[in-house]
Design a protein around this ligand. Sequence first.
Ligand SMILES: C[S@@+](CC[C@H](N)C(=O)[O-])C[C@H]1O[C@@H](n2cnc3c(N)ncnc32)[C@H](O)[C@@H]1O
Length: 221
Amino acid sequence: MNKHGNFDRQFFKKAWPKGFRTNARSLEATGFDILDIYSVCIGPYANIGHHALEIGPGGGFWSKILLPRFELCWFVDVIPMPENFTSLCGELLDTYNHLWLEHESKQYDLAGVPVGGVDFVWCYGVLCHLSRTARRKYLAAIKKVMRPGAHASIMFADWDRHPVYHMLENPENYAEESPYGWFYDTVEASVKDVEKAGLTVVNSNVFPKARDTLMIIRLED
Ligand SMILES: C[S@@+](CC[C@H](N)C(=O)[O-])C[C@H]1O[C@@H](n2cnc3c(N)ncnc32)[C@H](O)[C@@H]1O
């Protein structure tokens, strides 16, 4: 259990009132390259005839990439569509099909998303804030909504690498947690949870030199 507890809706609303939004520079600072992420983890699964699900879109950085590349995007978050999301994705929202589901605090069941109806799942910067129990619930729900043959690209927080990045920012700070609170696991533990949920790991750690684990997962036909 994280010292901040298992985060609820109030925490996310208070921490990022306008909706947290990743950006290319913050990705770079954590060892990622946005074009690499796009070309390996999103691009190959983009299909204008398919349905995508984004878990925890927040301020919409990834949603802007997803919206024009799928027939329909489901967005599931525990907050109402925030200001940063509407300001960034505004015009796309008029053009591309999307549905925003505001879930209850600490809800992890993807209720409302059609069972077997999703071809691609994207989740970045969300499961790292949820306890292992919550993550396991989410993985079971992700499996439930995926169509057989569908893929998911999911970010997990890595116990081994994350503190090293904190230390690079500030050598005094070999912290296990940022002020916003993270839950860490090893890549092996995350793989175990994914497989236990009945999903196949295609690539357990796409960018081993980056701060976090980006994993590509598949639901077998
Ligand atoms: C750090 S932000 C990441 C936002 C965005 N994915 C990005 O990379 O810029 C975490 C987001 O996850 C959302 N979140 C928290 N708990 C959630 C849950 N149980 N289900 C769905 N989203 C959740 C928060 O409200 C917030 O929008």
